[in-house]
Design a protein around this ligand. Structure first.
Ligand code: ZN
Length: 96
């Protein structure tokens, strides 16, 4: 549950939340979210880089992932190489 903006701040200052820690909390939340997204982006970029450096291994990894059913569950029948190249493009642009 979140504090209302007019409720007393959770820090015990006695001020209204909106006048006290609301901005700080929002910034903290945004930073945490950004950190999580950066981490995910990094993992995808590493995966894409690996796919580029070693397409055969990436194909094997994609096949293994498909077998495990952990992702891309609905895209059976596609050629893994094509799918990886398509997925890698937007990520590489950001990573470079
Ligand atoms: Zn506060």
């Amino acid at each position: 549950m979140k504090l209302g903006r007019n409720d007393p701040c959770h820090c015990g200052s006695g001020k209204k939340y909106k006048k006290c820690h609301e901005a700080a909390d929002a910034a903290k939340e945004a930073a945490e979210l950004a950190a999580i997204q950066a981490k995910a982006e990094e993992a995808r970029a590493a995966e894409a880089a690996e796919a580029e450096a070693n397409p055969e291994a990436a194909e094997a990894a994609a096949a293994a992932a498909k077998k495990a059913g952990s992702r891309n569950a609905g895209s059976a029948g596609h050629k893994p190489k094509e799918r990886i190249a398509t997925a890698a493009n937007p990520i590489r642009r950001r990573a470079v």
